[in-house]
Design a protein around this ligand. Structure first.
Ligand SMILES: [Ca+2]
Ligand SMILES: [Ca+2]
Ligand SMILES: [Ca+2]
Length: 393
C-alpha cells in the first residue's frame, strides 16, 4: 500500500512538472515582459498564438498626462510607437475557448540619443513614368543605373536638400523613408509633401504609407493609400493599369497643329480600360522622355487613377488651368498652403477599408492623373520633400 502511494506521488510530481512546462511561456507566445525603445520608433508585436479575437489595451503616463486602458487594436499584431518618452503598459488578451491568454508588457520609451531629422533620410526607389522632365530632374547621364538614379533622387530630396524630382506621367513613383517613425496624432496632419504646384498649376499625386512591420528597415510591407477627397467618387478608377512602350527616338516626328508640339505620336501608352494614347513631345523639352537608365522595352504602372483635373479654358489650346483637388494629394497646392498636409488617419487598405496606424515608416508618391495638356505637357507630379510635422524644422 505504501509502495503504491509512493508511486502515485512520484507520478503526480512528474505530471505536475510536465504540466508546468506545457503552460504557455513567454517564449512560446513570442512576447517579452519588458521592452525598451526610443520614441518615434515603431515596434511590431506578433503573438505566436492565435485566437478568435484579440484586444490590445494601452495605459501610460507622460508629461502630457495619463491615459488609462484604452483599446488600441483588435488585430493579432500590434505596432506600438510613442511620440513621447514615458512608461507604457500594454495588455494583450487573446480570446479563445481552448487557450485564452492575458499578457502584460511594459514598454519603456526613451529619448533618442541622436536627434531625429524631420526630413526624408533615404530614397528607396525612384521609378518615374515617361515625361517631359524625366532624365532632367534628376539628370540622367550615360552609364547611370537604377541605383545611381536612386542616389541622385536622394541627393535632391534628403535632409531638405531643396531640389526637386519629377515622377513623369501617370503611375511614376518615388518611395522615401526617414530616420524615425512618423507618429500618427489622431485628427492632425502628420507630414507634408512639398511639390511645385502653383495656383492653377496642380499635378496631383497619390500618397501611400507603409509600416516596417517585419522590422527589416525596408519598404517591403503592406501599402495603404491615403484616401484623399476624390477617393470615394465614381470618377476615380481603382485598379488602373497603364503600360508605356519605349519610343523610337529616331522616328520621323509628327508635328501637331500647335507649334509647341513637335511630335504628337511620340510616347505611346495603353491601359487596362481599353484606352490608348500618346504623351506628345513638346518643343520646350527635347530630351528622351522614357527613363534612359531602365533596360526594359515597356513599363507598367498600376494604382488609383483620378479624373482629369486640367481644363483648356481658351478652347484653342492656348490657356490650360490645372485645377486642384480639394485635399489629400501631393503637388496639388502651393507649398505655403496648409493643404499640403497629410493625416495618417486617412489610410485605407486595398479594399478601401480604413486602417488604424499608430505611425508610418515609408511614404510612396505617384502621379495620379493620366492627362496630356497640350503645350503644358503631361500631368506629372513633382516632389521636393516630405517633412514630419511633429518634429521642429
Ligand atoms: Ca494624424
Ligand atoms: Ca520591411
Ligand atoms: Ca508639378
Amino acid at each position: 500500500m505504501k509502495k503504491v502511494w509512493y508511486f502515485f506521488t512520484v507520478t503526480l510530481f512528474v505530471a505536475l512538472a510536465s504540466c508546468q512546462s506545457d503552460t504557455p511561456s513567454m517564449i512560446e507566445l513570442g512576447l517579452d515582459d519588458t521592452y525598451v525603445v526610443e520614441r518615434m520608433k515603431s515596434l511590431t508585436l506578433h503573438p505566436e498564438f492565435t485566437g478568435e479575437r484579440y484586444e490590445w489595451r494601452l495605459s501610460y503616463e507622460t508629461a502630457a498626462g495619463v491615459v488609462s486602458d484604452s483599446l488600441v487594436a483588435t488585430s493579432r499584431d500590434y505596432t506600438f510607437v510613442a511620440g513621447e518618452e514615458g512608461t507604457y503598459r500594454l495588455k494583450l488578451n487573446i480570446f479563445d475557448p481552448a487557450n485564452p491568454i492575458e499578457h502584460l508588457m511594459q514598454i519603456v520609451v526613451r529619448r533618442e540619443e541622436v536627434a531625429y531629422s524631420p526630413y526624408i533620410a533615404r530614397v528607396y526607389e525612384y521609378r518615374p513614368a515617361p515625361g517631359q522632365f524625366v532624365n532632367v530632374l534628376p539628370k540622367y547621364e550615360e552609364g547611370d543605373t537604377e541605383e545611381t538614379m536612386r542616389q541622385k533622387a536622394e541627393d535632391c530630396l534628403a535632409y531638405n536638400a531643396g531640389s526637386m524630382i519629377s515622377l513623369g506621367g501617370y503611375g511614376g513613383y518615388v518611395v522615401v523613408g526617414f530616420d524615425h517613425t512618423i507618429v500618427n496624432r489622431p485628427g492632425e496632419y502628420d507630414f507634408k509633401v512639398l511639390g511645385n504646384a502653383t495656383q492653377g498649376g496642380s499635378e496631383p499625386g497619390i500618397v501611400m504609407v507603409s509600416v516596417d512591420v517585419n522590422g527589416n528597415g525596408m519598404p517591403d510591407d503592406e501599402w495603404y493609400e491615403l484616401a484623399g477627397s476624390e477617393y470615394y467618387k465614381e470618377t476615380t478608377v481603382k485598379g488602373y493599369e497603364i503600360t508605356y512602350y519605349r519610343p523610337d527616338e529616331d522616328k520621323t516626328p509628327e508635328p501637331g497643329s500647335s507649334a509647341s508640339i513637335t511630335d504628337v505620336t511620340y510616347q505611346h501608352w495603353t491601359d487596362n480600360q481599353g484606352g490608348d494614347g500618346y504623351i506628345s513631345r513638346v518643343v520646350f523639352h527635347q530630351q528622351p522622355y522614357y527613363p534612359q537608365w531602365l533596360p526594359y522595352e515597356s513599363l507598367t504602372f498600376e494604382g488609383t487613377r483620378l479624373a482629369d483635373n486640367a481644363v483648356d479654358e481658351s478652347g484653342n489650346g492656348s490657356y490650360y488651368v490645372l485645377n486642384s483637388y480639394d485635399w489629400g494629394y501631393a503637388d496639388n497646392y502651393p507649398n505655403n498652403n496648409e493643404k499640403i498636409g497629410f493625416n495618417i488617419d486617412w489610410a485605407v487598405d486595398d479594399k478601401g477599408n480604413p486602417v488604424s496606424l499608430s505611425g508610418i515608416d515609408f511614404v510612396k508618391i505617384y502621379t495620379g492623373v493620366n492627362q496630356f495638356n497640350g503645350w503644358v505637357g503631361e500631368c506629372s507630379t513633382e516632389v521636393a520633400g516630405v517633412t514630419d510635422l511633429h518634429i521642429a524644422e
